[in-house]
Write a protein that binds this ligand. Structure first.
Ligand SMILES: NC(=O)c1ccc[n+]([C@@H]2O[C@H](COP(=O)([O-])OP(=O)(O)OC[C@H]3O[C@@H](n4cnc5c(N)ncnc54)[C@H](OP(=O)(O)O)[C@@H]3O)[C@@H](O)[C@H]2O)c1
Length: 302
């Protein structure tokens, strides 16, 4: 007889990735418990068909134990930058409830900003993404819980990302990365890979890099979003200083947010990974696939 499905709790279930993960689990007939701390989130989850919606605030550990009761595997997705406390609280509650496995959505920024830096830099990480994911990953490893850390690179929808979106949406991709590109990954591939690692009986590799199938340069990104929008998007190459000033003036972000993408400008180029193909048994979707699903007409490229 097949083992029954594990009981799965998705944290960040109402967000962009968590919602896709819930959908993927429901499509496979796997019951899902979705955690949210907002009315909006609860509504989104109910509309998706998640029957077991729990309300808890990751910043308030006292609210967490009921959400983790009877849970086998946890999917951990929270915010993108800053304080790791919500994730550390979630891991504490998972371990306290006897959860067997934590699958965490992390960032490939850590290969450059966490793995090889000294204790001094780890104590005060200059990169705000590393400041969240670095301590969170370390906490998961130290907890002894079985885990899969999905270190994803940038999602293909960078027009929705505050670091690039305001430029793309105004017709100019403000680009401080020179000739470096990004190995943009399809968000559905990230979610489907997470579903695979939530359901697979054994963990083979505890840390995985998730990338798209190839690096996409600024010209191709701009042309893709231009085709999608039906109006041209130009590339505006800038220095990191000018990019920080632009983020502050136009995107309403602190200058220091420029640090988030700085690691991608430095050689060596980010290696591509086949972790998505190995999990899903088919190649990772392309940037053109993503654009075409959004209504674009972008021919495939080799
Ligand atoms: N975008 C990229 O290119 C990229 C690339 C690599 C990795 N990532 C990683 O992906 C993650 C973000 O994924 P996403 O875009 O799917 O996130 P998102 O849409 O911003 O959703 C985050 C979720 O976290 C929940 N949350 C936040 N604070 C909470 C709290 N105190 N208690 C309970 N729940 C809380 C929110 O749920 P409620 O409001 O419903 O409570 C929200 O649904 C980040 O860790 C980021 O570093 C992103």
């Amino acid at each position: 007889m097949n083992d029954p499905s594990p009981t799965i709790l998705v944290i960040g279930a109402s967000g962009r990735t968590g919602w896709r993960i819930c959908r993927g689990l429901l499509d496979r007939g796997v019951p899902v418990r979705g955690l949210t701390h907002s009315d909006d989130g609860a509504g989104r989850l109910s509309a998706l068909g998640v029957r077991d919606v729990v309300r808890a605030d990751l910043l308030d550990p006292a609210t967490l134990p009921p959400a983790f009761e009877g849970v086998d595997h946890v999917m951990l997705v929270t915010r993108s930058i800053g304080d790791p406390t919500p994730e550390i609280n979630a891991v504490g509650a998972a371990v306290g409830a006897g959860v067997r496995r934590v699958v965490k959505l992390s960032s490939d920024i850590l290969y450059r900003t966490w793995d090889d830096v000294d204790e001094h830099e780890r104590a005060q990480p200059p990169n705000p993404v590393a400041a969240l994911h670095g301590p969170s990953e370390d906490h998961i490893r130290a907890s002894g819980v079985e885990h899969v850390l999905l270190r994803s690179t940038w999602f293909a929808g960078i027009d929705e990302n505050p670091l690039f979106g305001p430029g793309i949406n105004a017709g100019g991709l403000v680009w401080p990365l020179g000739s470096s590109g990004l190995a943009l990954v399809h968000p559905d591939d990230v979610a489907e890979t997470a579903v695979h690692h939530l359901l697979v009986p054994e963990v083979q590799e505890p840390t995985l890099r998730l990338t798209g199938p190839r690096e996409i340069g600024a010209e191709e990104i701009a042309a893709g979003f231009g085709a999608l929008r039906g109006s041209p998007v130009e590339v505006r190459p800038v220095s990191f200083d000018a990019y920080g000033a632009w983020l502050e003036a136009v995107a309403g972000m602190p200058r220091s947010a420029a640090r988030i993408i700085e690691p991608y400008a430095e050689p060596p180029r980010v290696p591509l990974s086949d972790a998505i193909e190995r999990a899903l048994g088919r190649p990772a979707r392309t940037f053109a696939d993503y654009l075409n699903e959004q209504g674009g007409h972008v021919p495939p490229r080799s």
